[in-house]
Write a protein that binds this ligand. Structure first.
Ligand code: HEM
Length: 171
């Protein structure tokens, strides 16, 4: 399941928070439309997003708490994550063209997600952005919105349907 040498992957508990407190006043939350294509360009466009998602999944694969939530084959999730992130950052809406409205919270109902897991997810994503050389300003602009979006995925202890139905859930 995992060909990545663990020594190549940072220990998640040793990784600093994706967005340092000091970076937060730099930006205020904005809609995807307000963020516009410039942020995606500054990050490095589609090619950079693909490398970020690659780096993120390397970290997910090595994370003993997160890995069990994901299916054995990570390929389709990796592709969807890249399509979504590019769209969310103002790029072409290729995710929605293929899969419809993201409805991310609902799509995540089958996975019991608590705040701790969200913290690990965010740390890995922050590290992935840094690993491909995204600058601190761009990182702050992304995570001021990605942080709240990730926390929106918390559903542990909530009475939500856990069984995939129709086309809403992940398949
Ligand atoms: C801002 C935060 C997040 C974003 C943008 C995001 C995005 C996505 C997207 C786009 C997908 C694919 C959905 C589809 O099937 O069309 C997905 C799948 C998934 N996500 Fe998230 N997610 C987030 C947070 C989380 C968190 C916090 C967890 C767990 C701790 C999580 C676990 C999963 C799992 C297990 C899948 C299924 C992957 C697969 O089927 O291969 N996600 N996520």
């Amino acid at each position: 399941m995992n060909d990545t040498p663990l020594s190549a992957v940072p220990d998640p508990d040793a990784i600093p928070a994706a967005l340092p407190e000091s970076a937060q006043p730099l930006v205020t939350p904005r809609s995807a439309a307000q963020r516009g294509p410039r942020l995606l360009e500054r990050i490095g466009g589609r090619a950079a997003i693909e490398r970020i998602v690659e780096a993120f999944y390397v970290r997910v694969e090595a994370d003993a708490e997160l890995r069990p939530l994901f299916p054995a084959d990570l390929a389709s999730g990796r592709e969807k994550q890249a399509l979504f992130l590019e769209q969310w950052l103002g790029g072409e809406p290729r995710y929605s063209e293929r899969f419809g409205h993201p409805r991310l919270r609902i799509r995540h109902f089958p996975f019991v997600i608590d705040e701790r897991l969200v913290g690990r997810w965010l740390r890995h994503m922050g590290e992935a952005f840094r690993a491909v050389g995204v600058g601190e300003q761009e990182l702050a602009e992304v995570f001021v919105d990605l942080g709240p979006l990730a926390r929106h995925m918390v559903n542990a202890g909530q009475d939500v349907p856990r069984t995939p139905t129709g086309d809403v859930f992940l398949t």
